[in-house]
Design a protein around this ligand. Sequence first.
Ligand SMILES: *Cc1c(COP(=O)(O)O)cnc(C)c1O
Length: 394
Amino acid sequence: MTPPKTLRTRERLLPFAAPLVGQEEVDAVTECVRSGWLTTGFKVKEFEKAFAEAIGCRHALAVNSCTAALHLALEAIGVGPGDEVITSPMTFTATAAVVEHLGARPVFVDCEPDTMNLDALAIESRITAKTRAILPVHFAGLACDMDPILEIARRRGVKVIEDAAHAIPTRYKGRLVGTIGDITCFSFYATKNVTTGEGGMIATDDDAYAERTRLMHLHGMSRDAWKRYQEAGSWSYEVLAPGFKYNLSDVAAAIGIPQLRRCDDFHSRRRAIARRYNQAFADLAEIRVPAAPDDSSHAWHLYVLKLELDALRIDRDEFIRELVRRQIGVSVHFIPLHIQPYYRDRYGYAPGDFPNAFGAFQRILSLPIYAKMTDEDVEDVIAAVLDTVEAHRR
Ligand SMILES: *Cc1c(COP(=O)(O)O)cnc(C)c1O
């Protein structure tokens, strides 16, 4: 097979994802390390304040992962053994694993076939007397349809905890995610839109949830180490609950502060890449571009293509191999949870139990989309996709 002239030969694989960190982050970490204060302290406070201001929420609590944030959020609303939490199978395991950690059951509701967000209209029939919360995931950075979700939740007396790992900055009807449900959980993992290496944030407007998550994120102690340090000579504390060890370090927060400041610039860049991909792939019958509004509400954490398998002679796995052969890193979001051995065996799921998630899974692949990509990188991805389609169309 001879590649078309547009296919430049890359010397090295374009990574599927990479953070954009530079001198600002290096300086911030250096300053933090030089200060001698490495654990939770002033930098975390500064990061939380900046985050609350950027999102427009009353309370922001920095933690060491989105997984920790989700665990704390569910604990704060009182999820316990025997309870149920409704979520999507089209997500990362952390979303459902934290439900299991609390002895509760994740109840999957299928996703919509186009957006792959939780199907709001399918939720109500799965609510039982045991349901404590609905846990929507803003897939790829596109907001779930929150109005019907909130309406069902209020009417049936359950809480809404959002997995916003992809959703900074995401808007729903003009409002930023983080100001909508009862508690919202963000991720600052290395590949996410804003990073601290590892980290997360809990956003809420509810004073009681803010207080409970703050208590539980650091050993359930009545005052954290930072406050004790502030009041020199005060060694006393009370353990009010067997809390967790989920605090973020100042070193991580130091990276997060300049990252957050650049969040809108990163977003503009990802939007531009998404637009370029959409334009380049618009006329191809073999692939479908992501369902997305034309405004700036989508955070574009992921760019997920769907293959029209009937129009191709290769399947999704082979398509990915072809792209990797052309030096383009690719991923799949997600392998639906109900086909993962743990959830499958524990709850006896068959692949067809969630046909939209399973159907999408066989067709989806995620292309690189991150602020660090150059225009040349973007064109290389496009050329590799076009070349693969060209070589393998029916
Ligand atoms: C990344 C991710 C998480 C977990 O985030 P961590 O900060 O790594 O704990 C949870 N949910 C979704 C949908 C994710 O993509």
